[in-house]
Design a protein around this ligand. Structure first.
Ligand SMILES: Cc1cc2nc3c(=O)[nH]c(=O)nc-3n(C[C@H](O)[C@H](O)[C@H](O)COP(=O)(O)OP(=O)(O)OC[C@H]3O[C@@H](n4cnc5c(N)ncnc54)[C@H](O)[C@@H]3O)c2cc1C
Length: 433
């Protein structure tokens, strides 16, 4: 029932590492690969080092939503830029990007009022999102048993295929001159006179003038080993896909107790906001104060669980030397088992809401570890203490859609180019006590 995970990129693993690059990118998810694409296009010598396979973790496991709807207003500039970038990428390679439309459905006036509030907060951003009533909504969805009163809707939002996208973008980056090394963990960075001078990989040292950490759920561990505090926890999220079926539902919808979007293979990717579990770990205790407000705000959707994971992380070294294997090599690809009850419940709710799905069968189910920050906003930032070290992480469950724009923003930070978006909300120092 598990999802089949991507095969290796064609760049051979045995290819010798360069002795020197301008920029080393640590992590081959959508953020690292997006950064490499932008840097390579700017003529920068860049290499991506990925401990497992490109997009082996979150970037191939997500729902595939590319949205402005419902985002924190601080992210909307990035989301708008990303929508344009996805169109451009799709014109060059197949990433399954389609502007299918996307809606957050509402069953009550209170939900509509909350959507209106979001719309008011986003009004000056230039997003093309509106509140539609049940008449207009009925034109976009099949017959339903639910009393929908309307939706927050954008015709220009859509989806891309996570199973394709990051790897296809990596090929664009390679064509533009980037190098991508899989099965090559970065153990840490070296510095000289307070500035990055090299990355230490499991296959040797690569000198560089700058390093970008795009390590997803591993970023806190990486930073901690260099005494850089990055408040980040992990959330386990489960998803399923169905076999192909005709339902008349083409746009992506969030019905709260189910979410679904049509896949390019004719099936649907299904989940729900509540398909998430935060395993308590020693870090949950260390970061309890910072995360408490987020846990309280999300308590309807997020379950806290005490179990095996606490002791696994307790045993994991937090400080390690760079001359021996590190925790990054010990886990090439974080491939957690899905919670079947959670996703089966989402599918049942979907079938009940839209009888057109009553024949839907589960094709596959999988899970991913989402990396979250206390304010659910990413860190796209220089690290003030170490010149030449940059971090792009903590995308808190919504980094796929904005990935290409976040990568471009990181590339601008590294090269010193004027950023196309305001990156102040994403600086690392916002968490400094
Ligand atoms: C179930 C689920 C549903 C989601 N749905 C959506 C959605 O619909 N829309 C959306 O926008 N977002 C969604 N997201 C979030 C989105 O997938 C992530 O925000 C995004 O993929 C993060 O990309 P990343 O590159 O930062 O991390 P990742 O994709 O996790 O990549 C990080 C990479 O770094 C590598 N790495 C780590 N440490 C090292 C090291 N030391 N050396 C070398 N390599 C290293 C890892 O192996 C990994 O491949 C979802 C996430 C999940 C799990």
């Amino acid at each position: 029932m598990k999802q089949s995970m991507p095969q290796f990129m064609q760049q051979p693993m045995q290819e010798p590492l360069p002795q020197h690059v301008d920029v080393a990118v640590i992590g081959g998810g959508i953020i690292g690969i997006g950064t490499a694409l932008a840097l390579a296009r700017a003529g920068v010598r860049v290499a991506v080092f990925e401990k497992g396979t490109v997009a082996g973790e979150q970037s191939s496991r997500n729902w595939g939503w590319v949205r402005t709807v419902g985002r924190d207003p601080k992210e909307l500039e990035l989301a708008l830029l990303a929508n344009e970038m996805w169109s451009d990428i799709q014109s060059k390679t197949e990433v399954g990007y389609r502007r299918t439309g996307l809606a957050y459905l509402a069953q009550s006036d209170a939900e509509m009022a909350r959507h209106q509030q979001w719309l008011d907060s986003a009004r000056t951003s230039g997003v093309r999102v509106s509140l539609i009533g049940k008449g207009e909504l009925a034109q976009h969805i099949p017959a339903s048993n639910r009393p929908w009163v309307g939706a927050l809707y954008s015709a220009s939002d859509g989806v891309a295929e996570p199973a394709l996208a990051t790897r296809a973008i990596a090929k664009l980056a390679i064509e533009a001159g980037a190098q991508v090394f899989e099965q090559c963990a970065v153990r840490g960075i070296e510095t000289a006179a307070g500035a990055v001078s090299a990355v230490v990989t499991e296959r040797g040292v690569v000198k560089c003038a700058a390093a970008v950490l795009a390590g997803g759920a591993w970023s806190r561990l990486f930073c901690g080993n260099h005494a850089i505090e990055l408040p980040q926890l992990k959330v386990h999220a489960s998803v399923l896909s169905t076999t192909p079926l005709q339902t008349g539902l083409d746009m992506a919808v969030n019905g709260v107790d189910f979410t679904c979007r049509k896949r390019s293979d004719g099936g649907y990717t299904v989940s729900q906001l509540g398909a998430s579990v935060a395993d308590l770990t020693p870090d949950s205790l260390r970061l309890c104060r910072a995360f408490l407000p987020a846990w309280m705000a999300e308590r309807k959707y997020l379950k806290l669980r005490m179990g095996r994971r606490f002791f696994e992380e307790l045993r994991m070294p937090r400080r390690f030397g760079l001359d021996q294997p590190t925790p990054f090599e010990a886990c090439r690809q974080w491939d957690p088992a899905p919670s079947m009850p959670m996703v089966e419940r989402a599918l049942e709710k979907l079938k009940h809401a839209f009888p057109a799905f009553k024949e839907a069968r589960i094709a596959r189910a999988w899970a991913g570890m989402i990396d979250v920050t206390p304010d659910a906003l990413p860190v796209i930032s220089a690290v003030p203490r170490v010149a030449g070290f940059f971090v792009g992480t903590g995308f808190s469950g919504h980094g796929f859609g904005i990935g290409p724009a976040a990568g471009a923003a990181l590339a601008d930070l590294v090269t010193g180019a004027r950023s196309r978006v305001d990156l102040k909300p994403f600086v690392l120092e916002r968490f400094a006590a």
